[in-house]
Design a protein around this ligand. Structure first.
Ligand code: SF4
Length: 336
C-alpha cells in the first residue's frame, strides 16, 4: 500500500484532534475500544477476547520490534453535548458581532423591489457584479410595471453582465408581471407570497424579508452553509435543513444579523478552499481550525475586502462601513 495518499488525511486528523482539544468537541473513537467495552452476548465476549488477544500479540510484536513498550492510547474525550455546542455557537455569534459591527447585506438597494431584483440577479455571480449592473437597470426600469413592460431582448442586454441572463430575464419579467397583477405593484412582506414569484426561493425570500421588512430570516447561501458545517452547527448539505438546524440554536431576533455576520466571515476569512485559520479571531471556538492556513503571516495575506485593504462589494456601502466602496463597472454603462 502506498503511504503517500494517507498524509493529508493524517494531517487533517491531527488538526481535528487539536481543534477538539481547544473546543471540547468530540473526536471519533476507534471501534476497538467499544468492542472492549462490550457487555452481554457470548459472541460479543468471544470477539472481544479475540480482539484483546490479537492486540496483545500485536503489542508484543511492536515491543520487540521497537525495543520498548508501545505508546499508551490517549484517554477518550467526551463528545460535545448539545448544550455546550449551543453555548459555543452563541459565543461565535457574539464574537462575530464584535468583529463585524458593520455587517450588512452586500447588495445595493433603496427599496424592496430593488432588493428583490438584485437578489434574483445575484445567483451564480458576485454581489459586486450585481451592484455594478443594477444602477443602470433601475434607472431604466425603476418599478415592476416598467420592468414587466420591457422587451425581453432589451432586458437581457441590461442584465447580461450578471450571467445566465436569459433565465434571469424570464424570472424578472415573470416576477414583475406577478407583482403588478397580483400584488398591486408592491413586494409582499410574507414568505408564502414571495415564494410564489418566478425565480424566488426561500433564500431570496428570506433576504428580502430580513432586510426590507425587518422579518427575521436565516439566509443559507454557499458561505453560510459551509461555515455552519465547519462550526459544527449542522452536518446537512441541504439549505432548508441547514436553516432548520441553525434556527434551533439561535433566538429569532438574531437570525438576520447572524446571517450577515457569518457570510461576512466566510467572504473575508473562512474561504471555501483556503480558510485563513491563522488570522481568524474565532479560531479557539472552531472545530475546523487547521483546515486552512495556520501560519499567521501567510493567513493574513488571504484576508479579503476591508480586512485585506481592498474595496468592498457595494458601490454605496452604509456609512459605518470601514472599507472602501466598490468601483463602478468599467467601461461605464451609458444611461439611456
Ligand atoms: S478560518 Fe479556520 S478557524 Fe476560522 S472559522 Fe474558518 S475553519 Fe474555523
Amino acid at each position: 500500500m502506498n503511504a503517500t495518499p494517507e498524509k493529508p488525511a493524517a494531517k487533517k486528523a491531527v488538526a481535528k484532534k487539536a481543534a477538539a482539544k481547544r473546543t471540547g468537541a468530540a473526536v471519533e473513537q476507534a471501534p476497538a475500544k467499544k468492542t472492549a467495552a462490550g457487555k452481554t452476548t457470548p459472541a460479543k465476549r468471544a470477539t472481544a477476547k479475540k480482539t484483546t488477544a490479537k492486540k496483545t500479540t500485536a503489542q508484543k510484536a511492536a515491543k520487540t520490534a521497537a525495543g520498548k513498550a508501545p505508546a499508551k492510547t490517549a484517554p477518550a474525550r467526551k463528545p460535545e453535548s448539545r448544550v455546550a455546542m449551543v453555548r459555543r455557537a452563541r459565543r461565535i455569534n457574539r464574537e462575530l458581532a464584535e468583529l463585524y459591527p458593520y455587517a450588512h447585506p452586500e447588495l445595493d438597494f433603496t427599496n424592496p423591489f430593488e432588493l428583490l431584483v438584485a437578489t434574483v440577479l445575484s445567483a451564480q455571480t458576485t454581489d459586486l457584479r450585481v451592484n455594478q449592473t443594477t444602477p443602470h437597470l433601475f434607472a431604466v426600469c425603476p418599478t415592476p410595471e416598467d420592468m414587466a413592460a420591457m422587451p425581453p431582448e432589451k432586458l437581457e442586454e441590461l442584465i447580461r453582465p450578471t450571467g445566465f441572463f436569459r433565465a434571469k430575464t424570464k424570472s424578472l419579467l415573470g416576477l414583475s408581471a406577478a407583482l403588478r397583477d397580483r400584488f398591486g405593484g408592491e413586494v409582499p412582506g410574507r414568505l408564502e407570497d414571495l415564494v410564489t414569484l418566478p425565480g424566488v426561493g426561500r433564500k431570496t425570500a428570506n433576504v428580502v424579508l430580513g432586510n426590507a421588512f425587518g422579518v427575521p430570516g436565516i439566509t443559507v447561501d454557499t458561505h453560510f452553509g459551509r461555515l455552519a458545517r465547519r462550526f459544527g452547527w449542522t452536518t446537512a448539505e441541504d439549505a432548508e435543513k441547514v436553516e432548520a438546524d441553525v434556527a434551533a440554536i439561535f433566538p429569532k431576533s438574531e437570525w438576520t444579523m447572524l446571517s450577515h455576520r457569518v457570510v461576512f466571515h466566510g467572504r473575508r476569512v473562512c474561504h471555501s478552499r483556503k480558510p485563513a485559520c491563522g488570522a481568524c479571531a474565532i479560531a479557539p471556538l472552531c472545530p475546523a481550525y487547521g483546515e486552512g492556513e495556520t501560519d499567521p503571516e501567510k493567513a493574513r495575506k488571504l484576508l479579503k475586502y476591508e480586512l485585506g485593504g481592498q474595496p468592498g462589494q457595494r458601490l454605496k456601502p452604509p456609512a459605518d462601513y470601514p472599507g472602501r466602496p466598490a468601483p463602478p463597472m468599467t467601461p461605464p454603462v451609458a444611461a439611456s
